[in-house]
Design a protein around this ligand. Structure first.
Ligand code: PXG
Length: 438
């Protein structure tokens, strides 16, 4: 470490192996386009768009300019009982891209807050309809919905839950849909598993529909290692929810903002949920922001409160923060001007060919891909789960490639501006690393 670098002790890093990081830090100094630059001047190709958020590529000058200008003009305005025009403009503009009548928008600062907001709106909605006993939520095994108590409770990644107590009461989980026996190496939606949606009928029979507020799922599970839905699965969930007046929430924190070749996964799968949770790509990762998109009828039911006063007692100091709104509007201009909500449709065949060419490489037991997301699932090392995946991550990093590893699964989700040549470069490096891995 050079003399002018700060001590690494005080900063407790999120979801990071702090002890090994601080022994061998990986510090990023700059980023531009498809690349990071490390503090010692090495370039890294960013195959994960930061953490699935920098969809437009790094360092967009239009976003920087808009944020700078906004902070000089209006740095902050009270978010409660006051407003500023950009928040309204942004909400209006975003709803031109949302499916169906999801035309009401609640702003948050992260995906976790979006999830907790959507769960609370579901409870408030049922209560307003005189069904205040609908307090249960159904999540899904392997789901990731952030780290708030709500998101953790409906989430289904065991390691993220076990240290932190029982979470929300009354939560149950659908089975996950990952099945290597039936679906290994399949491209896009999985052929097998639509029937797993019918387990929702069993959970409804067990708990009674009258106690269930909402079902929340990621249309494509991201954090658990890119698990595309089985063909017809999401449609079935929608139909069952409709039959029992249960709200369906799609958590599109990763799949929103063009990742699947449409503004939202909902449009790709032609299934319209009652709420969509979003974050990440909304500002291209430049300023923290999240949003919940809500069907008008849900909003209107809550507005229907008797008497004057605040209708929904929920919100954040930084809901619709001016700098975040400026970043999001500038990002939206770029998504629209450069047709980036739909670019993935052209890239997807090349992307799939490139990643699936690694079938047969050492240690590879499954490859999953949909839109501009992919996962390479490695056989774990005997007795050391996760260590092969992390070793692959470190070796890719040393060779100039930034990606994600989660356990023994390698995950890829580059910025939507990636070129076919860069796609080839990503998987050429991964192929090299797979051949060197213990
Ligand atoms: N829902 C989903 C579907 C997510 O993927 C969140 C909620 C929470 O968002 P915030 O902004 O509170 O972190 C997420 C976040 C990874 C990885 O590489 C995934 C996420 C975050 C960081 C890393 O798997 N997803």
């Amino acid at each position: 470490m050079t003399a002018h670098q700060p001590s690494l002790d005080a900063y407790w890093m999120p979801f990071t192996d702090n002890r090994s990081f601080k022994a061998h830090p990986r510090l990023i100094a700059k980023a531009h386009g498809m690349h990071y630059e490390t503090d010692d001047g090495r370039r890294l190709l960013d195959a994960s768009a930061g953490l699935w958020c920098v969809n437009l590529g790094h360092g967009r000058p239009e976003i920087a300019a808009a944020v700078g200008e906004q902070l000089r003009t209006l740095d902050y305005a009270a978010a409660f009982q006051m407003g500023h025009p950009m928040a309204f403009e942004l909400a209006q503009r975003l709803t031109q891209h949302t499916p169906g009548d999801l035309n009401r928008v609640f702003f948050t600062n992260s995906g976790s807050e979006s999830v907790d907001t959507a769960l609370k709106i579901a409870l408030a909605y049922h209560r307003m309809r005189g069904e205040g006993q609908r307090v249960r939520f159904i999540g899904r095994e392997k789901g990731y919905h952030g780290v708030g108590f709500g998101g953790m409770s409906v989430g289904g990644i065991a390691g993220n839950r076990k240290f932190f107590g029982p979470g929300l009461p009354g939560v149950d989980h659908l089975p996950h849909t990952l099945n290597l026996q039936h679906n290994a190496f399949h491209r896009g939606e999985a052929p097998w598993g639509a029937h797993l949606a019918d387990v929702l009928e069993d959970l409804i029979a067990l708990h009674d529909a009258s106690t269930i507020a909402a079902v929340i799922v990621e249309p494509v599970a991201g954090s658990a290692g890119v698990i595309p839905p089985p063909q017809g699965y999401l449609r079935r969930l929608r139909d069952i929810c409709d039959a029992y007046d249960i709200l369906l929430i799609f958590d599109e924190v990763i799949t929103g903002f063009g990742r699947l070749g449409q503004p939202f996964a909902s449009q790709r799968f032609a299934v319209i949920p009652d709420m969509i949770t979003a974050a990440k790509g909304i500002t291209n990762g430049a300023i923290p922001m999240g949003a919940v998109f809500i069907r008008q009828g849900i909003h209107d039911a809550i507005m229907d409160v008797k008497g004057p006063g605040i209708e929904l007692l929920h919100g954040y100091t930084y809901s619709g923060h001016p700098a975040a709104c400026a970043a999001a509007l500038a990002a939206l201009d770029l998504y629209e001007k450069e047709s980036l909500f739909t670019r993935v449709r052209e890239l997807e065949p090349h992307w799939q060919n490139a990643v699936h060419a690694l079938q047969g490489a050492p240690h590879v037991r499954d490859i999953r891909s949909i839109g501009l997301m992919a996962a390479i699932d490695l056989e774990p090392m005997a007795g050391k789960p996760g260590s092969r995946g992390f070793e692959a991550y470190l070796r890719c990093y040393a060779k100039g490639l930034a990606m994600r590893s989660t356990g023994d699964i390698l995950a890829f989700s580059p910025p939507l501006i990636v070129s076919p040549e860069q796609i080839d470069a990503i998987f050429a490096t991964v192929n090299e690393v797979l051949h060197e891995l213990p």
